[in-house]
Every structure is written in structure tokens, then in C-alpha cells.
Design a protein around this ligand. Structure first.
Ligand code: PEP
Length: 251
């Protein structure tokens, strides 16, 4: 059966010392109480090795926010999937809308990143989602289906089964405007049906599909109660341990 997961995306926030402190707090909170989902923090690449040294990854998973689309070589400033894996992290966010929007990441680039992540035994948390205009003009289902088909449907069923999906309507990210639980459920069901049509019902039923976009302690329970919403990818609210744990405890 698919897992329920709450994953934090710290984005470009915190120094190494602040990030280590935050990870320690979350780790300690998880050591002190039983929770009903897997919990992951995705941190800046500079922080990963230091965080890996202080957390118990049986309780708190660790991921990067990105990795390069090349294995190694003359790509100044890039961080490869192998480098991420060498820190002790085991997850990587790929295809976040901020990477697509500000760094020109398209499906071809994302296919390369996915292949490298999987080759280095990293679990991709792959983000998809429509912009406001696409929500308003009614093309959102088609847009998200195309994002999935273009970036993921070259994968074998075995490799596809290793991926976590995150539906993040771009109009809801960092805006305080959350998709309603019904809007999220409709899209998650559509995503699951898209996967089922390609890989079969079993693969689709076993794929964790997270919701992301202004998820917070006050709205998490309603979102997570929906049958096809398997957790959340959390930006702003993952930067404070109490808020993040409030979301984790919504399960
Ligand atoms: C995100 O960036 O993945 C995200 C969901 O951000 P926020 O929770 O701040 O909207």
C-alpha cells in the first residue's frame, strides 16, 4: 500500500547552523511521539551532510531540493545526484515550479535529472501543477497530464514505482491561497487515473501523491482526509518545527 508522507521543502532558507537546529528539533519531536506518516525534510545542498550527521533517518528522511542533469564534469556550481547521495540524503525534489519558472527546467531536462536520481538510489519527489491562467481557463487537467507523460512515462513500471508525486498548483504556492480539499482530490484522482492508464491499477494505487501549496496546520487535516491525497509537500510551514509537526499530526 502507498505511504502517507509529509515532506518539508525549506527552499533557500536557513544557514547551516539554523538548518541543523531545525532538523534536530523535528527529529526530537518525532523521537518523542508516534506519528502516522513518513516525515522528510528537504534542505539546501550545503546543509545535507551536517543534517545527516545529527538525525535518525529511520524517523526523519532527508532530501535535496534539486540535483544536476549531468552526472559529473564541467558544470560549475551544480550538485550532482551522486554528490547528494554521498551526503547521506536519500530523497530529491525534482520539477518544482520554482525550478521550472526561474531556471527553465523543462521535461527533457527533468527526464535526465530523474534518471540520474534513480541511478543513485535517490527517491524523487516529482512536482507537477498548473499556473493560475491554466486553472482559470480550464486546461489544468490536460496540463498536469502532459507534465506527467512527458517527464515520467518513459520510465519502466519498476522505476516509476520508486517515485513520489507532488501536485502543487502554482497559484497556491507561497500565496496563502490553498486549493480546496475538493479541488485537490479531483486533481489527485485524475493523476491516479492517468498513472493507471499507463502502468495499471496496482502501480497507481501504490503511488503516493502529495499536495503542496500553502498547506498549514489549520487546513492539513481536511486535505489529508481525501482518499487520493497521501500527504503534503510543505514550504513555508516547514520552517518552524511546531507548524511542521502540526501538519504531520494531521494524519
Ligand atoms: C512548495 O514550495 O513546495 C510549497 C508547497 O510552498 P508553500 O507551502 O509555502 O506554499
Amino acid at each position: 500500500m502507498r505511504k502517507n508522507i509529509v515532506a518539508g521543502n525549506w527552499k533557500m532558507n536557513t544557514t547551516v547552523a539554523e538548518g541543523v537546529q531545525l532538523a534536530k528539533e523535528v527529529n526530537e519531536a518525532l523521537a518523542n511521539e508516534a506519528v502516522n506518516c513518513d516525515v522528510i525534510v528537504c534542505a539546501p545542498a550545503t546543509h545535507l551532510a551536517s543534517i545527516a550527521a545529527v538525525i535518525n533517518q529511520d524517523k526523519l528522511g532527508l532530501g535535496a531540493e534539486n540535483c544536476a542533469d549531468h552526472a559529473s564534469g564541467a558544470y560549475t556550481g551544480e550538485v550532482s545526484a551522486a554528490m547528494v547521495a554521498s551526503t547521506g540524503a536519500t530523497y530529491v525534489i525534482l520539477g518544482h515550479s520554482e525550478r521550472r519558472q526561474y531556471y527553465g527546467e523543462n521535461s527533457a531536462i527533468l527526464r535526465d535529472k530523474l534518471a540520474l536520481a534513480l541511478a543513485n538510489n535517490l527517491t524523487p519527489i516529482f512536482c507537477i501543477g498548473e499556473v493560475l491562467e491554466e486553472r482559470e481557463n480550464g486546461t489544468y487537467n490536460e496540463v498536469v497530464k502532459t507534465q506527467i507523460e512527458e517527464a515520467l512515462f518513459n520510465l519502466s513500471a519498476e522505476d516509476f514505482s520508486k517515485i513520489i508525486l507532488a501536485y502543487e498548483p502554482v497559484w497556491a504556492i507561497g500565496t496563502g491561497k490553498t486549493a480546496t480539499a475538493d479541488q485537490a482530490e479531483d486533481m489527485h484522482a485524475h493523476i491516479r487515473a492517468t498513472i493507471a492508464a499507463k502502468y495499471g491499477k496496482e502501480v497507481a494505487e501504490n503511488t503516493s501523491i502529495l499536495y503542496g501549496g500553502s498547506c498549514k496546520p489549520s487546513n492539513a487535516a481536511e486535505l489529508f482526509a481525501k482518499p487520493d491525497v497521501d500527504g503534503g509537500l510543505i514550504g513555508g510551514a516547514s520552517l518552524k518545527c511546531a507548524d511542521f509537526m502540526g501538519i504531520v499530526k494531521a494524519f
